[in-house]
Design a protein around this ligand. Structure first.
Ligand code: ARG
Length: 312
């Protein structure tokens, strides 16, 4: 009697975009390829494999990964951003072309407004793939650039390692401090050598802030009380342009500014307002109303969202 056995591959667990697109042919195609620095598809998929509840599940250890592992990244990017392989990136950081007024002049609802962009240095691996030595060099270059900023952007850098207790408490109180990455970032390798090489820069007026070597090498943040979106964006645009004179950021004509997580590709920008709408969540149909407006509804703060793997 002849027994034939066809080995059937078990599908990946979960509903992540990794599980959706990392299948037969794509797997086969990518299994033996490497980037010039030696990164493999295992490095790309580790976080999503170890955390089946991921929503995306992939990280890029370096710039080249987006090309070399394009058979996986491209469909993920297309599904998340609606950006196809043939599309090019366009952006406009000219604040004066922003046609926007404060939606809440009286300050009745908007508590604060925050706009951030993520950036990484060209010619260095991204934080999932960076070595200790390279991370320290990134920190050195970024801090040098930050310390050259002038006017309302000038401020001070606070390294996380060896931070004095009173400095730490103040940064916690200002909600500026970032914590060691969550389990998604942990699996991706972003937490290596924590907390060395990481730190926070903020301007004297505390409206301009840079996280160094968190999920991305720079998270450039502008924030202030109230809803003056123009003022917040204008500060961010000035900061980005001043930093661009000192640092070269990883950027491609197709994908825009490159980030370690594909959700941030493009402008790598996220803009948010923190609103206080008392008792609204107690109304019937609150969840449905949020859904209709494309809002994710949560009683949680930014910090709590971050703990659940949300990009802030
Ligand atoms: N890797 C996590 C996931 O796939 C987070 C994705 C978005 N968040 C972020 N911080 N980049 O669910």
């Amino acid at each position: 009697m002849e027994v034939s056995q066809t080995k059937k591959e078990a599908p990946m667990k979960g509903n992540s975009l990794l599980a959706k697109f990392f299948t037969g042919d794509v797997k086969k195609k990518l299994q033996n390829v490497r980037t010039t620095s030696g990164f493999t598809i295992e490095d790309v998929v580790r976080s999503g494999t170890e955390n089946p509840d991921s929503s995306i599940g992939v990280y890029a250890p370096d710039e080249e990964s987006y090309k070399v592992f394009g058979a996986l990244f491209n469909p993920v990017i297309e599904e998340y951003h609606g950006h196809t392989e043939d599309d090019f990136h366009k952006n406009n950081f000219n604040a004066d072309e922003l046609d926007i007024s404060n939606p809440d002049e009286e300050g009745a609802f908007i508590v604060s407004t925050r706009v951030r962009v993520g950036r990484n240095l060209k010619d260095f691996p991204f934080n999932p793939g960076i070595s200790r030595k390279e991370r320290l060099e990134v920190e050195r270059r970024v801090v040098e650039a930050l310390e050259s900023l002038e006017g309302d952007l000038s401020g001070k850098y606070y390294p996380l390692s060896g931070m004095k207790e009173e400095v730490r408490e103040q940064l916690v109180e200002d909600h500026f401090l970032f914590k060691q990455g969550d389990r998604f970032l942990e699996s991706a390798g972003v937490n290596h050598d924590w907390p060395e090489g990481r730190g926070i820069f903020h301007s004297d007026d505390k409206k301009f802030l840079v996280w160094v070597n968190e999920e991305d090498q720079l998270r450039i943040i502008s924030m202030e009380q109230g809803g003056d979106i123009y003022s917040v964006f204008n500060r961010l645009a000035r900061a980005v342009s001043a930093l661009e004179k000192k640092l070269e950021f990883a950027c491609s004509e197709k994908l825009g500014y490159l980030s370690s997580c594909p959700t941030n590709l493009g402008t790598a920008m996220r803009a948010s307002v923190h609103m206080s709408l008392p008792k609204l969540s107690q109304r019937d149909g609150f969840k449905e109303m949020c859904e209709e407006m494309g809002l994710s509804c949560s009683r949680n703060s930014w910090r709590a969202l971050r703990e659940r793997g949300w990009s802030i």
